[in-house]
Write a protein that binds this ligand. Structure first.
Ligand code: PR8
Length: 470
């Protein structure tokens, strides 16, 4: 197990994110702390999607014949599908698949819903669990067999241009989402051999974990008319003809939570962006025998004010254990801000505040009038500083190389992401992946000048990224 892997497993357990002891491989239990982080993370995405998508909920089971209809799609998932074959003791005459994703559940219904051009665009999303019998090594939150936080959006359009515009819009949605979580990313168009089964093309977001491997945290697929043809999703144009619709879909998963943990965590444990922290502020009373009640009373008022006036998630830790133990626990759980209050602080009109992101302690004036505003400002600063730090370290780990020896050396020594000129041909790309034991993430941009491919020497029109991946 790598050092990061060990750290990650320890944090999942100690910070009570998930319990990995559930007796089915690749399936885990969300614990209360983890569930809260998951909920607040989803709230951010939900808020963005709700601006112009409608939330729906489709059944978990997909009839075999619907799943099999789109040939390329089903080929891509055939090794990964779980099947329901029996109802009690009776063998079903039609097998039912546990959705690995919902295209083939939704699109037969879309075919019934879409009638004329004025029905379009339609934009839906759902937050569900999906099942994939992953054959690669499973890892909690990163590669699971029950994806519990699958947020999938599906859109339908009446022109190719509109479909393409939606791909751009989806990229903006995910940028906004990952920015809110201070998770840095690169955006690439995946190579042909790595696109979503059935898509025209796939655009992906990848972040970097502390062990130097990238993690794909979101994908946007332009489906063109492929699924519309298979599932007969047509609309009547203004001139009365029938046309196949254009579609896109995009999704994120539990991996987003894995990246929050991996990107921001440190030696002391979790470090949570204030917007998704289960508790944003923890108050620890510093208690000696003398003045105990006075201190507790003061802290309770502080808790009420922050909760009611400041609208913050606050926890007053008045357990009868050593303050040092509480400090350790809340740092490990990643609470962004800790306020310590003792009898002397009350006398001096002061409070001690610790920011989790840099572990710096500061003694501040306590002014009841401006108190909540001040705490809010500190939390905003923490968010900004976390984003600054994570992007700075991310950008340092993207390195340009000019030949394959250099690429191999960089990848072996530092991991991270390598950028290079590439011809774009599949055989060359596959050769490169094999030689360097890496994955080509995809094309980031088309280079303006004519360059040379670092692997085969042919003209290279593309700037491409590669890395070791999860
Ligand atoms: C779609 N259909 O399905 P996608 N464990 C954790 N996360 C995963 C796993 C796994 N086993 N497999 C994939 N992901 C499209 C879009 C509806 C929505 C995550 O696309 O197959 C990855 O981050 O690319 C991936 O980017 C995302 O789910 C969407 O899955």
């Amino acid at each position: 197990m790598s050092k990061f892997s060990e750290w990650f497993h320890k944090i999942l357990e100690e910070a009570e994110i998930i319990d990995t002891r559930y007796p089915v491989k690749g399936m885990h239990v969300w614990l209360p702390q983890g569930f809260k982080i998951r909920r607040y993370t989803l709230n951010i995405l939900r808020k963005i999607l709700d601006e112009d998508h409608d939330e729906v909920l489709f059944p978990l089971l997909i009839p075999e014949d619907e799943l099999a209809k789109e040939a390329i799609h089903v080929k891509g998932f055939e090794d990964e599908v779980y099947w329901v074959t029996h109802g009690g003791l009776t063998e079903l005459n039609k097998k039912l698949a546990l959705r690995p994703t919902s295209e083939t559940a939704m699109y037969p219904m879309f075919s019934l819903w879409v009638r004329t051009h004025s029905d379009l665009p339609l934009k839906f999303y759902q937050i569900v669990n999906t099942f994939r019998y992953e054959t690669k090594h499973t890892r909690p939150l990163i590669r699971v067999r029950e994806i519990t936080t699958f947020t999938e959006a599906h859109t339908i359009h009446n022109s190719k241009e509109d479909g393409e515009k939606q791909v751009e819009r989806a990229i903006e949605i995910y940028k906004q989402f990952f920015n809110a979580l201070a998770i840095p990313y690169v955006i690439t168009t995946r190579p042909e051999w790595d696109k979503f089964p059935g898509a025209d093309y796939t655009v992906a977001f990848d972040t970097l974990m502390p062990d130097g491997k990238t993690l794909q945290i979101g994908t946007v697929h332009n489906l063109g008319q492929t699924f519309a043809r298979t599932f007969d999703i047509t609309y009547e144009t203004e001139s009365g003809e029938h046309e196949y619709a254009y579609q896109t879909c995009y999704g994120i998963s539990d991996r987003v939570i894995a990246s929050i943990i991996g990107v921001h965590g440190d030696q002391s444990g979790l470090c949570l962006p204030p917007d998704v922290a289960s508790y944003q502020v923890v108050i620890v009373p510093i208690i000696f025998k003398k003045g105990k009640e006075e201190v507790l009373e003061f802290c309770r008022k502080m808790e009420d004010t922050l909760r009611d006036k400041g609208n913050l998630r606050v926890y007053l830790d008045d357990r009868d254990i050593r303050a040092g133990k509480k400090f350790y626990e809340w740092e490990m759980r990643g609470v962004p801000l800790r306020i310590e209050i003792g009898a002397r602080d009350i006398q001096n009109g002061e409070m001690v505040v610790l920011s989790r992101n840099n572990l710096q302690k500061e003694t501040m004036k306590y002014d009841p009038q401006t108190f909540t505003g001040k705490i809010d400002e500190i939390l905003k600063n923490i968010s900004q500083n976390m984003a600054h730090k994570s992007w700075e370290s991310f950008n340092k780990n993207i390195r340009p190389v000019s030949n394959t020896d250099e690429a191999l050396e960089e990848i072996s020594k530092h991991g991270g992401i390598i950028s290079f000129n590439w011809c774009g041909n599949k055989s060359c790309g596959k050769d490169l992946e094999e030689k360097l034991r890496v994955d080509i993430l995809g094309v980031q941009e088309i280079s303006k000048e004519e360059k040379t491919c670092i692997n085969c020497g042919n003209p290279a029109k593309k700037i491409t990224l590669l890395s070791r991946t999860y």
